[in-house]
Design a protein around this ligand. Structure first.
Ligand code: FAD
Length: 484
């Protein structure tokens, strides 16, 4: 009789899942398929924490459906589909469109060719409010609202005729043994965990969201922490948006909910930018910056290494990097500061740091990551130039110093007024506070006042170049809503 395949990628859930709903409507047995693809297993944006999250998400799905309804295979998508077609006769392929890296785009081209050769129709549903191939933003906001307010694409999973593969076909257990592993305190994947996080945000944590957004310590508790669930599709943006609306009239929450709502909008807005201009994976979105001079040679390698390992000697930068290594999470402001420090203060090409942070962010989402990275590195030509001062960020966002002290125990006895700039400690103070700079904790890798001045001069001189301005004009037309 044959089956229809729902190909799971970054949509690891069963609710509000349009491809699953469409597959169910065919009346044919439905098989859920996840491919552990070498192109992603070997990709430098991915790390063990991502695979563990994917694994826990798949286990969560496995618990909701009969064992024979989900199959996980290790191999290319085309090889996996060919294998399934040979054994079970695929009548249709259903999936979400992936707004992904170049490797997944090339993979999709190969899958399309394979489908055409085998007379299999591939039904692709759009991702959230992202429109494929869009070249302008007229009516984009209207469409976003429409998509967010549309009924959820829920299917009664008990009423689905599931494919009936042999119970041992799944291979998830075997594959899980070979996946890269990482030790840390990371969020676990799955729809159940996503729903619990969503509920706890709206019921308890979210009220003071707007006031704690940028604190490296408090944001861990008061931000929604939904990003990883959204990035791997354990929950849809629409589900989050609709849940938010049910709390809209709650007393004392409006400011936080307004701030939160804009971020859900940004989620799709940034992924749309990447969809419209995916070349930004490899070059500045504004081609005027192609020849921006970055640091070269051994000094560049030394600085990059210090940044990657949290050893720059600038406490706020190092604490953020070390916390990120251990938890996979950092709030927006601190992410922006890390990128600004790399590209502005250290003068290292953003392209050399982009994969490192992708590997560390549990919520790595190519569209948001690349768009934000370039914005913070100052190479878009259309956004405000922001060069973060990490000392000021520390004094404002970690005034008690508890975040820095937690991640940099060598500084634990340093009094708060000097904590964010320990290079000011005299030799006698170093003895008093039990710290030997250059031994227990590095001396600063740059003089941040000097590096700030140099970066500012460079960025503003480039901003006014004709080649940057021409590109800025093009970008405004493509990525920004037309002004009324
Ligand atoms: C250099 C850099 C790289 C980033 N890379 C990623 C990434 O790979 N994946 C990712 O999900 N976010 C990324 N962000 C955006 C943002 O920092 C995270 O979405 C946010 O910190 C996640 O925490 P949260 O879920 O508690 O967010 P909340 O503040 O609770 O926001 C709710 C949701 O809105 C979306 N959102 C929030 N802020 C932004 C933003 N500035 N731009 C776009 N969407 C946003 C996220 O989906 C988030 O889960 C990046 C930001 C920077 C500066």
């Amino acid at each position: 009789m044959g089956i229809v395949v729902v190909w799971l990628k970054r949509d690891l859930r069963l609710s509000d899942h349009a491809p699953l709903l469409e597959a169910k409507k065919t009346g044919l047995p439905v098989l859920l398929v996840y491919c552990f693809e070498p192109i992603l297993l070997n990709d430098k944006h991915y790390s063990g924490r991502h695979w563990q999250f994917i694994l826990s998400s798949l286990k969560d799905i496995q618990e909701q459906v009969p064992k024979s309804a989900l199959i996980c295979l290790k191999g290319t998508a085309v090889d996996s589909l060919s294998y399934l077609h040979q054994h079970f006769n695929i009548h249709g392929l259903f999936s979400h469109q992936e707004v992904g890296l170049d490797v997944t785009y090339q993979r999709d081209i190969a899958v399309k060719i394979w489908c055409d050769q085998n007379n299999i129709v591939w039904h692709e549903c759009s991702y959230a409010a992202v429109v494929r191939g869009l070249t302008h933003r007229t009516d984009w906001d209207k469409n976003w609202k429409k998509v967010m307010k549309a009924p959820l694409a829920d299917s009664d999973i008990t009423a689905i005729t599931w494919a009936n593969l042999p119970e041992n076909a799944c291979q998830l257990e075997e594959i899980s043994q070979s996946l890269p592993k990482e030790v840390g305190n990371f969020q676990q994947g799955g729809e159940k965990a996503a729903r619990e996080t969503l509920q706890s945000f709206f019921d308890e944590r979210g009220q003071s969201y707007a006031y704690n957004l940028s604190s490296p310590e408090f944001s861990q508790q008061f931000c929604s922490r939904l990003s990883a669930y959204l990035a791997w599709g354990n929950i849809s943006v629409r589900q989050v948006y609709q849940e938010m609306l049910t709390h809209w009239a709650k007393k004392g929450c409006r400011r936080s909910l307004v701030a939160f709502s804009s971020r859900l909008h940004w989620h799709c807005h940034f992924i749309q930018k990447f969809e419209s201009e995916c070349a930004m994976e490899n070059r500045p979105v504004n081609r005027g910056y192609l020849t921006l001079p970055w640091l070269q040679g051994e000094l560049k390698d030394i600085r990059l290494k210090a940044w990657e390992t949290g050893n720059t000697g600038v406490p706020m930068v190092d604490a953020c990097m070390r916390s990120l290594q251990h938890t996979g999470y950092l709030n927006f402001r601190m992410r922006a500061m890390l990128v600004s420090f790399l590209s502005h203060h250290l003068q290292v090409d953003w392209r050399l740091g982009v994969k490192h942070l992708a590997r560390l962010f549990l919520d790595f989402e190519p569209g948001i990551h690349y768009s934000q990275f370039q914005m913070q590195a100052g190479v878009t030509g259309i956004n405000t130039i922001r060069i973060y001062n990490p000392v000021k960020q520390g004094e404002e966002k970690d005034p008690s110093g508890s975040f820095v002290k937690r991640w940099l125990p060598a500084l634990s006895e340093v009094p708060t007024p000097l904590l964010h700039s320990p290079w000011q400690l005299s030799s006698m103070e170093q003895v008093m506070y039990n710290i030997n700079l250059g031994v227990d904790y590095p001396k600063p890798i740059v003089d941040i006042k000097q590096s700030y001045k140099e970066a500012q001069a460079l960025l503003w001189s480039w901003r006014n170049k004709p080649s940057v301005k021409v590109e800025s004009h093009r970008l405004l037309n493509c990525h920004v809503r037309p002004s009324k």
